[in-house]
Structure formats: C-alpha cells, structure tokens
Design a protein around this ligand. Structure first.
Ligand SMILES: [Ca+2]
Ligand SMILES: [Ca+2]
Ligand SMILES: [Ca+2]
Ligand SMILES: [Ca+2]
Length: 416
C-alpha cells in the first residue's frame, strides 16, 4: 500500500492559517497604498481648487484696480472699508469709467436725458453715469432712477442720489449739456467683500468673494442690497471659498524736502509708514482717521469753478494753502482717498470640502500676517479641517494722476 504523499494530503490547518495571514498582509498593503493614493488625489484636487479660486478672485480685483479712477475724478476712484472684528474681512469699492460705453445726448433736463438713438443695452436702477459736454468743458455725475430697457431713448435721473452722483441741478444750470454735443458715459462700481452663504450640502456656511455694482440687480426696487445668508440680493459671486480679504492703501508720500517744507515728518497713519490698514486699528481707514470719511475730501476742495478740474487751485498760489491743488500741493500728502497711489490686497482661500484625514492645518498668520487682521489662524474661525492658501498682490493706480476731465473718443476715432 502506497502511502499518500505529504503533498497530496492537502494543507494542514497551520499552513492555511499562515497562507491566509500572508494574504491579509499583502492585501492590507495594497489597500493601504490605494487609500494613500486616493488621499493624495483628493489633496491635489483640493489644492488645485483652492488655487483656481484664488486666481479667479485676484484676477477680478486686479482688473478693477487697474481701471480705478479712469475717466473720473481720482477722489472717487477708491472707497476703503476696514473690517473691525477678529475675523472680519475688509471691503473695497473701486470706480472707473467704462472706456467702451459712449452714447450721444440730444437733450437734457434735470430729470431726463434724451439720446440720439436707442441705448442698445439695458441699465439697472442706480447705475452711475457721467455726462460730458463740449470737449469736457463741463460734466455731471448722475444715477439712473429706474431701470432702462435696451430699446429706450431716454434715461430718468435720480436727483436725490448721494453726492457726488446727484448733479442733476448742474444740467439745467449749464447750457452746454443741451447744446447737442454732450456725451453719456457709464461709471462702473465694483465693491468687493467676503460673504458667508448657506450651503445646503454642507454643515458650514460657504465663504465667497462677492461684488456689488451699486445697482438694483435683483430688480426689487431697492438699490445695492447686501446679501443675506440665503439670498445674494444685489450681489454677485466672484469666486467660491474665499474666506478672507484684507486691503491696505499706499499713500502719496512726500520726498524729504517737501516733508520738511510742509512739516509732514509723520504720516497720516498710526505707524507713520504712509500705508493705511497695514497695522493696528488706529492705522485703519475709517471715519476716525482724517481723510477717510468716504467721499469727503480732506482738506475739502473749494466749490468747482465753471470750467471744472479735478481739484481747484487756479487762484491759489501758496502751495501750503488748503485751496491749492498743483502737483506740489500740501493737500496731495494726506490720508484722503484721492492720494492713494497703490492698493495691496491679500486673499485667503480654503478647500471646498473638509478632509478629515488632515491634521488641524493652520494658516500661520503670525508668520504671514494679513495686514491688520488680528486673527492668528483662520481655521479657528470655523472648526473645519480644510486646506488654505494665501495670495498677495500690489497694484499701482495709474489713473490717480489725472487732473482734468477728458471726453470719450468719438466712435469713428482712428488711432494708430
Ligand atoms: Ca483690515
Ligand atoms: Ca435690489
Ligand atoms: Ca432684494
Ligand atoms: Ca501704516
């Protein structure tokens, strides 16, 4: 009788257990590698999303800042607003003339502009306008009092708009607006800010960079409504998952001799570096800081003469006097928004979803401070484990050097 060979008897229990154990170890290794792969994929996708949102937000801010003040009085180019609490973002409103919009005005009263043809594109209620007449010998800042259809040939004006957009009286006072050669232009406003919106798919609110154009976008009759957690109202979302915007303002700084002449040895800001909003609270642009009271210039310019310039100085020869406005005037070295020469902005973006595998990842705001924000890390604002990145950029405002109004070029203008 032949003995069964050891091999043909099958596996012993011990052998099976060892085999199963080895298999389990191999499988665990493979699954672990797969999970790590998946984690890295998610991380890369998160980072790509964060960077994409940062790029979108920064591009919109840079575009508006590059145009800031174009074709309007530099006093109205920038309206700063500093956040006040630990985590609150800043806001900045940027205004400029639309270089591509020009319509001919055939008649004008304090209540109504009449155009030579249909306007061709609709305007919302509250839209800012600028009418320039007779080679820019005069001009008036205005706002629409109602929505304007693309087919309309008239525009109703809002005589009770906040200054300076209420110059309807100027239209009847100055005959040039009715001489048949006045031109209508459109002034764009972009107020950037961070809004927190409810997101039904998530446990937390979603932070977005939003913009308000100063118009009645949702056509409910009320102009420039701020968004709520559930309704964007008159705001538009510019970029998702931007949780912080901080802005500082680089002011026109005197050279040493001018500083001595005008006794400007200290800056208009708290830490005397001529940059508003970079440190502290007293350094921030606010009504507490002279010159940062919205559109009210400091020092206040005299009433405009018949032929207006940006600032009036014709009769004043003393460069130290408040009324003088030449290039060497003392008033060009104050905290007034007309003296902003560059705007620096910082954006913080976070990944769209939580990643529970993350250790509590922090943006170290002690190492990389965001202007005068007092928070030390943004993840302390919410409990979520998200990836975060910062972006910082400085944009010089070239249009702040305009000293005179200029008419928009005629439509058949041949350049080159
Ligand atoms: Ca700030
Ligand atoms: Ca509205
Ligand atoms: Ca509304
Ligand atoms: Ca400063």
């Amino acid at each position: 009788m032949r003995r069964l060979s050891r091999r043909s008897r099958g596996l012993t229990l011990i052998e099976m257990l060892v085999t199963a154990g080895v298999l389990a170890i191999v499988l665990a290794g493979v699954l672990g590698a797969l999970a790590e792969n998946q984690r890295q994929y998610v991380a890369h996708a998160d980072v790509a999303g964060v960077q994409s949102n940062l790029r979108t937000a920064a591009a919109q801010l840079e575009k508006a800042l590059t145009r800031a003040g174009y074709g309007i009085d530099p006093n109205y180019a920038i309206e700063p607003s500093d956040g006040t609490s630990t985590f609150s973002s800043d806001a900045v409103a940027i205004q400029y003339r639309d270089p591509a919009f020009r319509r001919d005005v055939t008649a004008a009263t304090s209540a109504l502009l009449t155009l030579s043809a249909a306007i061709g594109e609709p305007l919302e209620k509250g839209q800012r306008l600028l009418v320039v007449c007779n080679q820019a010998s005069d001009f008036a800042y205005l706002r629409t009092s109602a929505a304007v259809a693309a087919s309309a040939t008239t525009i109703a004006l809002d005589g009770s708009a906040a200054a300076p957009w209420n110059e309807t009286g100027r239209i009847t006072a100055m005959s040039c607006f009715n001489a048949g050669n006045a031109v209508l232009t459109r002034v764009e406003r972009r107020q950037f800010f961070v809004a927190w919106m409810n997101d039904p798919g998530q446990g937390e609110q979603r932070a977005v960079l939003a913009v308000r154009r100063g118009v009645d976008l949702d056509a409910d009759g009320t102009v420039d409504e701020a968004p709520t957690a559930t309704d964007t109202q008159d705001a538009e979302v510019v970029a998702l998952d931007i949780e912080q915007l901080q802005v500082s303002y680089v002011m026109n700084r005197p050279i040493a001799t001018i500083a001595t002449n005008f006794a400007l040895t200290t800056g208009p800001d708290d830490d005397d570096d001529w940059i508003f909003g970079d440190t502290g609270t007293a350094d921030a642009p606010s009504s507490a800081s002279p010159g940062w009271t919205g559109n009210t210039p400091n020092p206040t310019p005299a009433a405009p003469p018949l032929l207006r310039e940006f600032g009036t100085c014709n009769a004043v020869v003393d460069s130290n006097a408040a009324g003088y406005c030449g290039y060497g005037a003392r008033r060009r070295y104050t905290g007034h928004p007309g003296n902003i020469r560059a705007v620096r902005f910082s954006l913080a973006a976070r990944s769209a979803k939580e990643d529970l595998a993350l250790n509590a990842e922090k943006l170290d705001l002690v190492e990389n401070p965001m202007e005068n924000l007092t928070a030390t890390n943004l993840s302390a604002q919410v409990s979520s484990k998200r990836r975060r990145q910062l972006y910082r950029q400085t944009v010089a405002l070239k249009n702040m050097f305009q000293r005179k109004m200029f008419p928009p070029p005629p439509e058949n203008f041949a350049g080159g």
